[in-house]
Design a protein around this ligand. Structure first.
Ligand code: FE2
Length: 329
Protein backbone atom coordinates (compact mmCIF):
# COMPACT_ATOMS: atom_id res chain seq x y z
CA UNK A 1 0.00 0.00 0.00
CA UNK A 2 1.28 3.41 -0.92
CA UNK A 3 1.23 5.94 1.90
CA UNK A 4 2.26 9.55 2.10
CA UNK A 5 2.57 11.51 5.31
CA UNK A 6 -0.90 13.03 4.97
CA UNK A 7 -2.60 10.34 2.91
CA UNK A 8 -3.37 6.70 3.41
CA UNK A 9 -4.28 4.37 0.61
CA UNK A 10 -7.57 2.59 1.13
CA UNK A 11 -9.49 0.06 -0.94
CA UNK A 12 -12.95 0.17 -2.46
CA UNK A 13 -14.69 -2.92 -3.87
CA UNK A 14 -14.82 -1.69 -7.48
CA UNK A 15 -11.04 -1.29 -7.94
CA UNK A 16 -9.29 -3.66 -10.36
CA UNK A 17 -5.89 -5.25 -10.00
CA UNK A 18 -3.63 -4.70 -13.01
CA UNK A 19 -2.44 -8.03 -14.39
CA UNK A 20 1.20 -7.05 -14.96
CA UNK A 21 1.98 -5.49 -11.59
CA UNK A 22 -0.99 -6.27 -9.34
CA UNK A 23 -1.42 -2.59 -8.53
CA UNK A 24 -4.95 -1.43 -7.86
CA UNK A 25 -6.67 0.87 -10.35
CA UNK A 26 -7.35 3.58 -9.46
CA UNK A 27 -5.45 4.50 -6.30
CA UNK A 28 -7.84 5.66 -3.56
CA UNK A 29 -6.49 8.04 -0.92
CA UNK A 30 -8.11 9.07 2.36
CA UNK A 31 -6.87 11.42 5.09
CA UNK A 32 -4.24 9.85 7.36
CA UNK A 33 -5.30 12.11 10.24
CA UNK A 34 -8.77 12.96 11.53
CA UNK A 35 -8.28 16.75 11.81
CA UNK A 36 -8.71 17.31 8.10
CA UNK A 37 -9.78 20.57 6.47
CA UNK A 38 -9.59 21.89 2.92
CA UNK A 39 -6.53 23.95 3.89
CA UNK A 40 -4.85 20.85 5.32
CA UNK A 41 -5.62 19.00 2.08
CA UNK A 42 -4.18 21.83 -0.04
CA UNK A 43 -1.01 21.95 2.06
CA UNK A 44 -0.74 18.16 1.86
CA UNK A 45 -1.06 18.23 -1.94
CA UNK A 46 1.69 20.86 -2.17
CA UNK A 47 3.94 19.00 0.27
CA UNK A 48 3.44 15.60 -1.35
CA UNK A 49 3.27 16.73 -4.97
CA UNK A 50 6.18 14.55 -6.13
CA UNK A 51 4.78 11.48 -4.42
CA UNK A 52 1.28 12.12 -5.82
CA UNK A 53 2.69 12.63 -9.31
CA UNK A 54 4.54 9.29 -9.10
CA UNK A 55 1.38 7.57 -7.92
CA UNK A 56 -0.65 9.15 -10.73
CA UNK A 57 1.85 8.00 -13.38
CA UNK A 58 2.00 4.53 -11.88
CA UNK A 59 -1.75 3.97 -11.50
CA UNK A 60 -3.35 6.32 -14.05
CA UNK A 61 -5.88 7.87 -11.65
CA UNK A 62 -6.23 8.83 -7.99
CA UNK A 63 -9.54 9.16 -6.15
CA UNK A 64 -9.35 11.40 -3.08
CA UNK A 65 -12.16 10.31 -0.78
CA UNK A 66 -13.17 11.48 2.67
CA UNK A 67 -11.69 14.98 2.46
CA UNK A 68 -13.90 17.96 3.39
CA UNK A 69 -14.19 19.43 -0.13
CA UNK A 70 -17.72 20.82 -0.16
CA UNK A 71 -18.03 23.73 -2.62
CA UNK A 72 -16.82 24.66 -6.11
CA UNK A 73 -14.56 27.26 -4.41
CA UNK A 74 -12.99 24.53 -2.28
CA UNK A 75 -12.49 22.44 -5.39
CA UNK A 76 -10.91 25.35 -7.26
CA UNK A 77 -8.44 25.76 -4.38
CA UNK A 78 -7.64 22.04 -4.47
CA UNK A 79 -7.00 22.19 -8.24
CA UNK A 80 -4.75 25.23 -7.73
CA UNK A 81 -2.81 23.34 -5.06
CA UNK A 82 -1.73 20.71 -7.62
CA UNK A 83 0.03 23.56 -9.44
CA UNK A 84 -0.73 22.37 -12.97
CA UNK A 85 -1.36 25.10 -15.56
CA UNK A 86 -4.97 25.38 -16.72
CA UNK A 87 -5.83 23.87 -20.12
CA UNK A 88 -8.21 26.19 -21.93
CA UNK A 89 -11.15 24.40 -23.54
CA UNK A 90 -10.79 25.68 -27.12
CA UNK A 91 -12.01 23.40 -29.88
CA UNK A 92 -13.84 21.16 -27.40
CA UNK A 93 -17.00 19.40 -28.43
CA UNK A 94 -18.98 19.51 -25.18
CA UNK A 95 -21.13 22.33 -23.98
CA UNK A 96 -19.72 23.42 -20.60
CA UNK A 97 -20.34 26.37 -18.31
CA UNK A 98 -17.88 28.16 -16.05
CA UNK A 99 -18.71 27.82 -12.34
CA UNK A 100 -15.79 29.55 -10.64
CA UNK A 101 -12.08 30.13 -11.32
CA UNK A 102 -10.93 27.21 -13.45
CA UNK A 103 -13.89 25.02 -12.56
CA UNK A 104 -16.56 24.18 -15.18
CA UNK A 105 -19.56 21.91 -15.45
CA UNK A 106 -18.37 18.60 -16.87
CA UNK A 107 -20.96 18.42 -19.65
CA UNK A 108 -24.31 20.17 -20.01
CA UNK A 109 -26.11 17.34 -21.79
CA UNK A 110 -29.13 15.77 -20.03
CA UNK A 111 -28.02 13.65 -17.05
CA UNK A 112 -30.01 10.59 -18.17
CA UNK A 113 -27.71 10.35 -21.22
CA UNK A 114 -24.53 8.34 -21.04
CA UNK A 115 -21.29 9.58 -22.61
CA UNK A 116 -19.08 6.93 -24.29
CA UNK A 117 -15.40 6.48 -23.45
CA UNK A 118 -12.86 8.96 -24.74
CA UNK A 119 -9.55 10.64 -23.96
CA UNK A 120 -10.37 14.30 -23.37
CA UNK A 121 -9.76 16.37 -26.54
CA UNK A 122 -7.69 13.60 -28.13
CA UNK A 123 -8.65 15.06 -31.52
CA UNK A 124 -6.59 18.27 -31.08
CA UNK A 125 -2.81 18.62 -30.69
CA UNK A 126 -3.04 20.61 -27.45
CA UNK A 127 -5.04 18.20 -25.31
CA UNK A 128 -5.12 18.38 -21.50
CA UNK A 129 -2.78 15.91 -19.79
CA UNK A 130 -4.74 15.78 -16.54
CA UNK A 131 -8.41 16.05 -15.64
CA UNK A 132 -9.79 16.74 -12.19
CA UNK A 133 -13.40 15.91 -11.34
CA UNK A 134 -15.31 16.86 -8.19
CA UNK A 135 -18.57 15.45 -6.88
CA UNK A 136 -20.49 18.37 -5.41
CA UNK A 137 -23.79 16.50 -5.28
CA UNK A 138 -23.77 12.74 -4.91
CA UNK A 139 -25.93 10.93 -7.48
CA UNK A 140 -29.14 9.33 -6.23
CA UNK A 141 -28.33 6.32 -8.42
CA UNK A 142 -26.12 5.80 -11.48
CA UNK A 143 -24.20 8.69 -13.01
CA UNK A 144 -20.78 7.15 -12.36
CA UNK A 145 -17.70 8.32 -14.27
CA UNK A 146 -16.16 4.99 -15.37
CA UNK A 147 -12.44 4.97 -16.14
CA UNK A 148 -10.25 2.45 -17.91
CA UNK A 149 -6.53 2.03 -18.57
CA UNK A 150 -6.02 2.81 -22.23
CA UNK A 151 -3.10 0.42 -22.92
CA UNK A 152 -5.32 -2.52 -21.94
CA UNK A 153 -7.87 -1.46 -24.56
CA UNK A 154 -5.13 -1.19 -27.20
CA UNK A 155 -3.80 -4.64 -26.35
CA UNK A 156 -7.21 -6.32 -26.34
CA UNK A 157 -8.31 -4.64 -29.58
CA UNK A 158 -5.04 -5.61 -31.26
CA UNK A 159 -5.61 -9.20 -30.22
CA UNK A 160 -9.24 -9.23 -31.40
CA UNK A 161 -8.98 -7.04 -34.52
CA UNK A 162 -5.29 -7.00 -35.59
CA UNK A 163 -6.05 -5.91 -39.14
CA UNK A 164 -8.28 -2.99 -38.10
CA UNK A 165 -5.77 -1.85 -35.47
CA UNK A 166 -2.97 -1.97 -38.08
CA UNK A 167 -5.06 0.26 -40.38
CA UNK A 168 -5.84 2.56 -37.47
CA UNK A 169 -2.13 2.90 -36.70
CA UNK A 170 -1.32 3.52 -40.35
CA UNK A 171 -4.05 6.02 -41.23
CA UNK A 172 -5.26 7.58 -37.96
CA UNK A 173 -8.75 9.01 -37.70
CA UNK A 174 -10.70 11.91 -39.16
CA UNK A 175 -13.37 13.31 -36.86
CA UNK A 176 -16.34 15.17 -38.28
CA UNK A 177 -18.85 17.20 -36.31
CA UNK A 178 -21.71 19.46 -37.34
CA UNK A 179 -21.76 22.49 -35.05
CA UNK A 180 -24.57 25.04 -35.11
CA UNK A 181 -24.18 28.62 -33.92
CA UNK A 182 -25.89 27.90 -30.60
CA UNK A 183 -25.04 25.29 -27.98
CA UNK A 184 -27.22 22.21 -28.13
CA UNK A 185 -27.58 20.95 -24.57
CA UNK A 186 -29.42 17.83 -25.77
CA UNK A 187 -26.14 16.41 -27.11
CA UNK A 188 -22.92 15.46 -25.29
CA UNK A 189 -21.07 16.90 -28.27
CA UNK A 190 -23.35 19.95 -28.39
CA UNK A 191 -20.93 22.88 -28.32
CA UNK A 192 -21.65 25.47 -31.01
CA UNK A 193 -18.79 26.67 -33.21
CA UNK A 194 -19.10 30.00 -31.37
CA UNK A 195 -18.46 28.50 -27.96
CA UNK A 196 -15.93 25.94 -29.24
CA UNK A 197 -13.75 28.70 -30.74
CA UNK A 198 -14.81 31.48 -28.34
CA UNK A 199 -15.86 33.95 -31.03
CA UNK A 200 -18.92 35.08 -33.03
CA UNK A 201 -16.78 35.73 -36.09
CA UNK A 202 -16.58 32.93 -38.66
CA UNK A 203 -13.13 33.91 -39.93
CA UNK A 204 -11.71 34.08 -36.38
CA UNK A 205 -13.25 30.64 -35.72
CA UNK A 206 -11.58 29.35 -38.90
CA UNK A 207 -8.20 30.73 -37.80
CA UNK A 208 -8.48 29.25 -34.31
CA UNK A 209 -9.64 25.92 -35.72
CA UNK A 210 -6.74 25.86 -38.19
CA UNK A 211 -4.28 26.19 -35.28
CA UNK A 212 -5.78 22.98 -33.89
CA UNK A 213 -5.49 21.17 -37.23
CA UNK A 214 -9.21 21.58 -37.89
CA UNK A 215 -10.98 22.81 -41.00
CA UNK A 216 -14.39 24.50 -40.94
CA UNK A 217 -16.72 24.21 -43.91
CA UNK A 218 -19.83 26.39 -43.80
CA UNK A 219 -23.36 25.28 -44.45
CA UNK A 220 -25.19 28.50 -43.66
CA UNK A 221 -24.59 29.11 -39.98
CA UNK A 222 -23.64 25.51 -39.32
CA UNK A 223 -19.99 24.53 -39.44
CA UNK A 224 -18.83 21.14 -40.64
CA UNK A 225 -15.86 20.69 -38.33
CA UNK A 226 -13.28 18.36 -39.86
CA UNK A 227 -10.31 17.32 -37.76
CA UNK A 228 -7.63 15.01 -38.99
CA UNK A 229 -6.31 12.66 -39.93
CA UNK A 230 -4.87 12.54 -36.41
CA UNK A 231 -3.14 9.57 -34.76
CA UNK A 232 -5.49 7.19 -32.95
CA UNK A 233 -2.80 5.24 -31.11
CA UNK A 234 -0.25 7.02 -28.96
CA UNK A 235 3.09 5.76 -27.71
CA UNK A 236 3.46 6.72 -24.07
CA UNK A 237 7.20 7.26 -23.55
CA UNK A 238 6.92 7.16 -19.77
CA UNK A 239 5.42 3.67 -19.63
CA UNK A 240 6.77 2.44 -22.98
CA UNK A 241 3.26 1.33 -23.89
CA UNK A 242 0.87 2.11 -26.72
CA UNK A 243 -2.49 3.58 -25.75
CA UNK A 244 -5.93 3.76 -27.37
CA UNK A 245 -5.62 7.54 -27.46
CA UNK A 246 -8.72 8.57 -29.34
CA UNK A 247 -12.39 9.48 -29.12
CA UNK A 248 -13.54 6.71 -31.43
CA UNK A 249 -16.34 5.29 -29.30
CA UNK A 250 -17.66 8.79 -28.49
CA UNK A 251 -17.61 9.90 -32.14
CA UNK A 252 -18.87 6.81 -33.93
CA UNK A 253 -22.45 7.41 -35.01
CA UNK A 254 -23.51 3.76 -35.09
CA UNK A 255 -23.84 1.13 -37.82
CA UNK A 256 -24.92 2.53 -41.21
CA UNK A 257 -27.81 0.05 -41.13
CA UNK A 258 -29.21 1.62 -37.97
CA UNK A 259 -31.69 4.33 -38.79
CA UNK A 260 -32.56 7.20 -36.50
CA UNK A 261 -29.13 8.08 -35.12
CA UNK A 262 -29.27 11.75 -34.26
CA UNK A 263 -25.59 12.04 -33.39
CA UNK A 264 -23.97 15.19 -34.74
CA UNK A 265 -20.58 13.51 -35.04
CA UNK A 266 -19.03 10.83 -37.13
CA UNK A 267 -15.58 9.41 -37.57
CA UNK A 268 -13.71 7.59 -40.31
CA UNK A 269 -10.23 6.25 -40.92
CA UNK A 270 -7.74 8.85 -42.13
CA UNK A 271 -7.92 7.40 -45.67
CA UNK A 272 -11.73 7.91 -45.59
CA UNK A 273 -12.50 4.20 -45.12
CA UNK A 274 -15.44 3.55 -42.79
CA UNK A 275 -14.94 2.18 -39.28
CA UNK A 276 -15.94 -1.50 -39.25
CA UNK A 277 -19.11 -2.00 -37.19
CA UNK A 278 -17.99 -5.37 -35.76
CA UNK A 279 -14.78 -3.82 -34.38
CA UNK A 280 -16.83 -1.06 -32.77
CA UNK A 281 -19.18 -3.58 -31.22
CA UNK A 282 -16.23 -5.43 -29.68
CA UNK A 283 -14.61 -2.16 -28.59
CA UNK A 284 -17.74 -1.19 -26.62
CA UNK A 285 -17.81 -4.63 -24.96
CA UNK A 286 -14.10 -4.54 -24.06
CA UNK A 287 -14.39 -1.04 -22.60
CA UNK A 288 -17.28 -2.19 -20.40
CA UNK A 289 -15.44 -5.33 -19.30
CA UNK A 290 -12.23 -3.54 -18.37
CA UNK A 291 -13.56 -0.33 -16.83
CA UNK A 292 -13.91 0.62 -13.19
CA UNK A 293 -17.04 2.52 -12.12
CA UNK A 294 -16.87 3.70 -8.52
CA UNK A 295 -20.14 5.29 -7.35
CA UNK A 296 -19.51 8.97 -6.57
CA UNK A 297 -19.60 10.16 -2.97
CA UNK A 298 -20.07 13.80 -2.06
CA UNK A 299 -16.67 15.52 -1.80
CA UNK A 300 -14.83 13.01 -4.00
CA UNK A 301 -12.03 14.45 -6.13
CA UNK A 302 -10.79 12.30 -9.01
CA UNK A 303 -7.46 13.11 -10.66
CA UNK A 304 -7.07 11.39 -14.03
CA UNK A 305 -3.95 11.08 -16.21
CA UNK A 306 -5.53 11.82 -19.60
CA UNK A 307 -2.61 10.19 -21.43
CA UNK A 308 -3.17 6.83 -19.72
CA UNK A 309 -6.87 6.66 -18.99
CA UNK A 310 -10.14 6.90 -20.93
CA UNK A 311 -13.27 8.15 -19.14
CA UNK A 312 -17.00 8.10 -19.75
CA UNK A 313 -20.28 8.84 -17.97
CA UNK A 314 -23.05 6.44 -17.09
CA UNK A 315 -26.67 7.59 -17.33
CA UNK A 316 -28.09 9.06 -14.14
CA UNK A 317 -30.89 6.82 -12.92
CA UNK A 318 -31.96 8.94 -9.97
CA UNK A 319 -31.15 12.65 -9.43
CA UNK A 320 -29.54 14.74 -8.16
CA UNK A 321 -25.99 14.72 -9.49
CA UNK A 322 -23.50 17.54 -9.87
CA UNK A 323 -19.99 16.68 -10.99
CA UNK A 324 -17.65 19.53 -11.92
CA UNK A 325 -14.39 19.38 -13.84
CA UNK A 326 -11.15 21.23 -14.39
CA UNK A 327 -8.67 20.54 -17.20
CA UNK A 328 -4.93 20.85 -16.74
CA UNK A 329 -1.92 20.96 -19.06
FE1 FE2 B 1 -14.75 14.03 -21.16
Amino acid sequence: MATGKFFQEVEVPQQKSQIQNHLLFPAVLSPAATDSSVCVLEDAIRAEKAWLECLLNERGAILFRGFPVTSPDDFNDVVEAFGYPEAIYVGGRASRTKVVGRVYTANECPPHMGIPFHHEMSYVPDFPTKLVFFCEEEPGKGGETPIVLSHIIYERMKEKHPEFVARLEEHGLTYIKFAGDEDDPSSFTGSSWKSAYKTDDKSVAEERAAKLGTKLEWMGNTAKVITGPVPAIRFDKESGRKTWFNSLSASYSGPASEKGSNRNTTVELGNADPIPDDAMEDLMKILEEECVAIPWKKGDVLLVNNLMVLHSRRPLLKPPRRVLASLCK
